[in-house]
Design a protein around this ligand. Structure first.
Ligand SMILES: CC(=O)SCCNC(=O)CCNC(=O)[C@H](O)C(C)(C)COP(=O)(O)OP(=O)(O)OC[C@H]1O[C@@H](n2cnc3c(N)ncnc32)[C@H](O)[C@@H]1OP(=O)(O)O
Ligand SMILES: CC(C)C(=O)C(=O)O
Ligand SMILES: [Mg+2]
Length: 515
């Protein structure tokens, strides 16, 4: 393996599965493993075969199903566990036995209850035993991050002599700090006389949120395998996230001088698959795979990205498997982003004044809801084509009252030909009361033939779009209104239809004014 190749060892199916509540079935493990293979992960740690007959069967099934990656199983430093791994990985085109034994004072004394010399002896014995089954053996001195340096060097030198081909340095409890961990890896490689006979690997946990930083510091110090998981799953706070390590090394190739063989365009689909199988959803602001990782909401950023993507993006969304980056229209957005989206929607904005008018409506709506969707924009753009200054009736305010067992009441204030008028009415329901109040103010004799309401977008803050059909002297008039408050949307729709009646009446019978 050349020095500029970084081996990706994915342990989603082993350490990832150790996340409480994250157990996977055999079929699920095979599905994920096939995806990892497609993504060109070098080594897939498929499980801990000695843990249960089910986990044994899963590792074996992965070994049968996946021939393009090396399949690995984890074993304690004992013959029985090692035999189980050897048996489970037999069908693999390329298999690896990963055995481990803790080397930190606290783990040796309080957990293993072994003397350091016994630990060295058992580690060597385990590696030698594993080598009887395969020439691909990895050894991990568990809790290396809290182990004494000289003892760590001693164990590692011995297990390399015993035949370990990969030495994995785990920061099992996520205790180390990047500069320390990087320094540890550099010193191990420099001080262990036979270090050139093995690939140095790292396995970092995220207890202090440093798993990826520690892994990258180790890569800078010469580690050439990184153990990681999709979405950073793993014991407690998780492991280093594969997607972050891979993209950091690729994006900052100027710093790392090495790269992985990963097809990064499969990162997002793989992340989605792992989320759906485990039920562990990815937070929106998660690097690379979070829903907002390539989304821009603020006007200044949107303007920059629309002019030149690189102003605010250091990676291309497509390179990690998103279909594109995302301009999210919300209350921080500006005119340039709005205009660009309207044009994508085929909505022509003919003048600066029209854009300003749509923009003002857009900001009003954005203050009421988190995100303004394309459907919202269509409504806003349509509304702004009505010329409100020509409308006879304009809604100024509404007050409604609805209580269980009481008759609903509505009080509305409208501008009628520029003059403020108020009306109060009760009804069978709130909308009925609102419509009666409008009729009392406008004196309309039109009859309501149709009332329909649609949620324009998802969520409880979505706009309600109301359509009404009024009949007046045998003719039909439609009215639309949209608002996050469904009562306001209903009133606006009714008033819109009345304005259309008024326009019609004025055109055909200028001397009349009734609606
Ligand atoms: C840092 C890590 O991620 S380590 C991997 C963690 N993964 C797992 O634990 C996999 C799931 N585990 C299991 O199913 C079970 O723990 C088994 C089947 C492995 C073992 O179960 P049991 O035999 O009942 O042992 P139990 O889990 O209670 O205790 C662990 C024993 O292994 C010993 N042990 C721990 N690590 C090692 C090691 N690397 N090599 C040898 N022995 C070890 C412990 O000292 C303890 O020994 P003791 O029973 O003599 O006190
Ligand atoms: C088994 C080892 C590599 C491990 O998961 C850890 O130490 O965190
Ligand atoms: Mg671990």
């Amino acid at each position: 393996m050349s020095d500029d190749r970084l081996i990706v060892f994915d342990t989603t199916l082993r350490d990832g599965e150790q996340s409480p509540g994250c157990s996977m079935t055999l079929e699920e493990k095979v599905r994920i493993a096939k995806m990892l293979e497609k993504m060109r992960v070098d080594v897939i740690e498929a499980g801990f075969p000695a843990a249960s007959p089910g986990d044994f069967a899963s590792v074996q099934a992965v070994a049968k199903a996946v021939q393009g990656s090396t399949i690995c199983g984890l074993a304690r430093a004992m013959e029985r566990d090692i035999e189980r791994v050897a048996e489970a990985i037999k069908p693999a085109a390329s298999g690896r036995i990963h055995t481990f034994l803790a080397t930190s004072p606290i783990h040796m004394r309080d957990k293993l209850r072994m003397e350091p010399d016994q630990v060295v002896e058992q580690a060597v014995k385990a590696v030698k035993y594993a080598r009887q089954f395969t020439d691909n053996v990895e050894f991990s001195p568990e809790d290396a991050g809290r182990s004494e340096f000289d003892f760590l060097c001693r164990v590692i030198e011995k297990v390399i002599d015993a035949g370990a081909t990969t030495i994995n340095i785990p920061d099992t409890v996520g205790y180390t700090i990047p500069f320390q961990f990087g320094d540890l890896i550099a010193r191990l490689i420099d001080n262990i006389p036979n270090s050139d006979k093995a690939v140095f690997s790292v396995h970092c946990h995220n207890d202090l949120g440093l798993a990826v930083s520690n892994s990258l510091a180790a890569v800078l110090s010469g580690a050439r395998q990184v153990e990681c998981t999709i979405n950073g799953l793993g014991e407690r706070a998780g492991n280093a996230a594969l997607e972050e390590v891979v993209m950091a090394v690729r994006t900052r190739n100027d710093v790392f001088n090495c790269d992985t063989n990963i097809d990064s365009t499969l990162i997002v689909p793989t992340s989605r698959l792992v989320s759906s199988v485990t039920g562990f959803m990815v937070q929106p602001n998660k690097a690379i795979v979070g829903a907002n990782a390539f989304a821009h909401e603020s006007g200044i950023h949107q303007d920059g990205v629309l002019k030149s993507r690189e102003t605010y993006e250091i990676m291309r969304a497509q390179d990690v498997g998103w279909s594109d980056n995302k301009i999210v229209l919300g209350k921080h957005s500006g005119r340039n982003a709005l205009k660009s989206r309207l044009s994508e929607l085929g909505i022509d904005v003919e003048s600066e004044a029209e854009l300003n008018e749509i923009f003002a409506r857009f900001k009003d709506l954005a203050d009421l809801k988190h995100e303004v969707f394309d459907e919202d924009l269509r409504v806003i753009a349509n509304e702004s084509q009505l010329e409100p200054d020509q409308a006879r009736f304009v809604l100024i305010s509404s007050h409604v009252c609805s209580e269980t067992g009481e008759t609903p009441e509505a009080t509305l204030t409208l501008s009628v030909d520029g003059e403020e008028k108020q009306g109060k009415a009760s009804g069978d329901g709130i909308v009925d009361a609102v419509y009666s109040a409008i009729k009392s103010i406008t004196g309309s004799s039109a009859t309501l033939e149709l009332y329909s309401v649609n949620a324009v977008t998802q969520g409880t803050d979505s706009q309600g779009e109301v359509t009404v059909r009024l009949e007046k002297d045998g003719r039909l008039f439609y009215g639309n209104g949209a608002h996050t408050d469904i009562i306001v949307a209903s009133a606006k729709a009714y008033i819109d239809a009345l304005n259309k009646i008024a326009n019609q009446v004025e055109r055909e019978h200028p001397q009349m004014s009734g609606v």
